[in-house]
Structure formats: C-alpha cells, structure tokens
Ligand binder design. Structure first.
Ligand code: DC
Length: 216
C-alpha cells in the first residue's frame, strides 16, 4: 500500500507523515530531505546552481542513510549526522532551487521509488501523487494559509533556538511556493485523484483522523 502526502512547505506534511507511517507500520519517505541533502552537499562542495551536471552527479551519488528512531528520522550524509543541518532556512531555499532542475529530479526518481520495495509506504513531498507514485492507493494534498504555515515554521525554528523575522518568513514561504508551483518539471499541484485537506484551522490530530478515515 502506498499513501502519498503532498503540499506546500509548512502545511504539516512532515509531522502527519511521521504519525501516519507509525500508525500504519509503514516506511516513511521524506522526499524533501533528499532535495535538502543535494542542496547541503552542493553548498559544502561550493557547486553553483548553474552547474547542472555536477548537481546531477551529486544527486546520483548521494551517500545517505535514513534511520528511524523514536524521536524521528535521523539523516546522515557521507557518514555525518546532518539531521539538523538540512533543516535550516538556507538549505531549504537552496533545496527549492535544486528541485527546480529537471535533471536533478530525474536523478532522484528511482531512489524514491525504491522506498516502496519493502512494503507499505507513506511518501511525503510535492509530486508524490503526480509523478513519483501516480498509482498510489491513497493520495492526499495538504494545504494551509501562508500565514498559518509561517507561524508553525516560526515556532519550529524558535524551539531550535533560531530566531527569524516573521515577515521575512512569510515572504520566504510565498517565494518558495511560487518557485515550487511554477517550475516546469513536476510542479507542486494536487493529483486529480487526491483528497484535499486545508489544515489552517485543524490540529495535527484532526488532520490525522481525516486521513485515517479515508484509508479505513
Ligand atoms: O518539504 P521540504 O521543505 O523539506 O522540501 C524542500 C524543498 O524540496 C522544497 O522547496 C520543494 C522541494 N521538493 C520537491 O520539489 N519535491 C519533493 N517531492 C519534495 C521536496
């Protein structure tokens, strides 16, 4: 069984996907983490965004592990724990840029599909229901207003001791939405057969219940 959860950043996909995968005893694919890993590696190796071939090579050879722990998924890049390093605003912005490159997306496609090889899968991303798993059994598209998403992100960053300006955060989110929605390759949009859920006024548990109801 494959369940896809797509939507813009900050809509709650990450938390929902984690809870849902635990509930269904399914593997979790955090596809955004793959784009963030390419972004982080490109920053580390000082590869410019115009160097498409070098970025594709990075994406192909990405030496990563995802380890499930009770606290969430731990991510390593070339043996180094980068769980927190991939979550900064800088890496998120760079991820949005590398994700706009069709060849990079192509290079990550099979790696994503391989996650479904071991049984049930919850796949979290932007194009899980449209491009990566078009035949998924259940597809959800999670949205929330830009303001609500910025507020959630603000809290997340504050918990980590990062302080950011709220208006800058809203502008950043709009910027990233615009790029994710307008790119030619696999833009962020709901699959025709996806169930749309607006989580602006819903708590995590309410969203989870709506999803479980559909699956059951
Ligand atoms: O979900 P996230 O914020 O970790 O994603 C980081 C970036 O990667 C985001 O700007 C969009 C991009 N992305 C994508 O293009 N396709 C996916 N399936 C997942 C993420």
């Amino acid at each position: 069984m494959i369940v896809t959860i797509d939507g813009p950043s900050g809509a709650g996909k990450g938390t929902i996907s984690q809870l849902l995968s635990a509930e269904l005893n399914a593997t979790l694919l955090d596809s955004g983490a793959l784009y963030r890993l390419v972004a982080l590696a490109s920053i580390k190796h000082a590869i410019a965004i115009e160097s498409v071939e070098a970025l594709v090579e990075l994406a192909r050879q990405l030496d990563v592990t995802f380890i499930s722990t009770p606290k969430g998924v731990e991510v390593t890049l070339a043996g180094e724990d980068v769980t927190l390093a991939i979550r900064t605003e800088q890496v998120g912005m760079q991820a949005s840029r590398v994700a706009a490159i069709a060849e990079v997306r192509e290079a990550l496609l099979q790696r994503q599909r391989d996650f479904a090889a071991t049984g049930a899968l919850v796949a979290d991303g932007r194009d899980m229901g449209t491009t990566v798993f078009p035949d998924a059994d259940y597809k959800f598209f999670l949205t929330a207003s830009a303001e609500a998403r910025a507020e959630r992100r603000y809290k997340q960053l504050a918990e980590r001791g990062e302080s950011v300006d709220m208006n800058a955060l809203i502008a950043d989110i709009r910027d990233r939405d615009e790029r994710d929605q307008s790119r030619a390759s696999s833009p962020l949009k709901p699959a025709d057969d996806a169930v749309r859920i607006d989580s602006t006024d819903l708590g995590i548990d309410e969203v989870l219940q709506v999803i479980l109801k559909h699956i059951n």
